[in-house]
Design a protein. Structure first.
Length: 116
């Protein structure tokens, strides 16, 4: 039978975020960031786009995407968010991805989190 490893080291105390903010001179700005909108999430999406969107002179295509195009109905607010993401990546990152391509990537990322 395998031996069980037990950590008997000292436990680090959690640092109060208020103390860190005070030490750094941080000020409350009244903006709450949902984890889905956190910079790390947007960077993760950006990396996926950069790795999967390819252009050979024409319209950029999603590498690994099938030839079949399925129509998906989006809520108006969701489509607006996708358009804003596409505009952000085009204007700020010089990445030309369509709202539909971004939607495809986001759906793929969400589906990979679902266990079979």
């Amino acid at each position: 039978m395998a031996k069980i490893i037990k950590d008997i080291g000292s436990i680090q105390k959690e640092v109060d975020p208020e103390l860190v903010a005070q030490a750094l001179g941080a000020k409350e700005v009244g903006v709450a960031i949902d984890t889905a909108q956190a910079p790390i999430s947007l960077f993760s999406l950006r990396q996926f786009i950069v790795e999967r969107i390819r252009s050979s002179g024409g319209r950029p295509t999603l590498v690994g995407g099938g030839k079949k195009r399925n129509k998906i109905v989006f809520l108006a607010n969701d489509w607006e968010k996708l358009k804003k993401l596409a505009k952000y990546y085009k204007d700020k990152e010089n990445i030309n991805a369509t709202p539909g391509q971004i939607a495809s990537i986001l759906i793929h990322m969400a589906l990979t989190r679902i266990k079979k």
